[in-house]
Design a protein around this ligand. Structure first.
Ligand code: GDP
Ligand code: K
Ligand code: MG
Length: 300
């Protein structure tokens, strides 16, 4: 890692908020690469992921987190605990909300969690592109939500990129002088292997019915790099035999669709050809088992 130039700033920025407000979409847009998978399903993000943006004046290390909500089972507890750890371990907290709807109880719960933090907090109003004539009322509900707190508010769209330059400048303003924590050309701390598994899970989230996504885990059994192609063998773990039918589909059509969409995403990631083979395995109640959670790569 090179020495940073004089006056260089750096630091860790925790992206936190309710599920589905656009945290992962935002991180991907800011670093310019798809590191975290995104979908309309809550709990898409299960791990703390770092996305790194290096500019001539600063290195911003974003920590994407699972959405914060009241947990109902061990997986949920692990996710929320990880988000809370992220709040403590960063230099700046970027609280993201969905400004196309009014502030609600879920946002209030997080603001309460944040009331004890000593770090600077920035309130990011996302989904600007979805706001209509009700915008002033919605914005007011967020101003009231944080009333009394000296937190700057900034509006943007993680999807279109509108307002993200202003956000970036504001974030750099809040960082202290510091070194390069990562090589300037690195965009994530996650191994390619992990992202590949996530790209499979993303297609399952996007393509299957509501009841399947939450109970899916993906493991990569083998990755073999050849000179011309990368061969990937992966297993999709589900909790119930009944989900197997949905996942495989009529004549294997669903598994085929998942595989070909995931393969395309993987090819973009590694900029090379990928051969992907998927297996499905029933792993009863894996979400209840801390042993399995650990085995599937979650920090428990
Ligand atoms: P997370 O759970 O907070 O990480 O949210 P995701 O990044 O997974 O996004 C949840 C959903 O919101 C996805 O369908 C995104 O495409 C969508 N989304 C995220 N940001 C925006 C935005 O700025 N505008 C619109 N219209 N949709 C967005
Ligand atoms: K999501
Ligand atoms: Mg996410």
């Amino acid at each position: 890692i090179p020495a940073s130039p004089p006056g260089f700033k750096s630091g860790f920025i925790g992206i936190i908020g309710r599920p589905n407000v656009g945290k992962s979409t935002l991180m991907n847009h800011l670093v310019g690469q798809k590191i975290a998978i995104t979908s309309p399903v809550a709990q898409t993000t299960r791990n703390r992921l770092r996305g790194i943006l290096t500019t001539p004046e600063a290195q911003l290390i974003f920590v994407d987190t699972p959405g914060i909500h009241k947990p109902h089972h061990p997986l949920g507890e692990v996710l929320v605990k990880n988000a809370e750890i992220a709040i403590r371990a960063v230099d700046v907290v970027l609280l993201v909300v969905d400004s196309s709807v009014a502030a609600g109880g879920g946002d209030r719960y997080i603001v309460e969690l944040l009331s004890q933090t000593t770090h600077p907090v920035i309130l990011g109003l996302n989904k600007l592109d979805q706001q209509s004539e009700t915008a002033p009322t919605l914005d007011r509900s967020y101003a009231e939500l944080i009333a009394g707190a000296p937190w700057p508010m900034v509006k943007f769209s993680a999807l279109t990129g509108a307002g993200l330059e202003t956000l970036q400048t504001l974030l750099i303003d809040h960082l202290d002088p510091g070194p390069y924590y990562y090589p300037p050309d690195l965009v994530t701390d996650q191994p390619e292997r992990f992202i590949m598994g996530e790209l499979i899970r993303e297609q399952i989230l996007l393509l299957t019915r509501e009841e399947v996504p939450h109970s899916v885990a993906v493991t990569l059994d083998r990755v073999e790099e050849d000179t011309t192609i990368t061969r990937v063998l992966a297993t999709i773990h589900i909790e119930r035999t009944s989900q197997k039918g949905i996942l495989i589909g009529k004549g294997g059509s669903m598994l085929k669709a998942i595989g070909s969409a995931a393969r395309e995403q993987m090819q973009k990631l590694i900029a090379g050809k990928v051969y992907l083979e998927l297996f499905v395995k029933v792993q009863p109640k894996w979400r209840q088992s801390r042993l399995r959670l650990a085995e599937f790569g979650y920090r428990v």
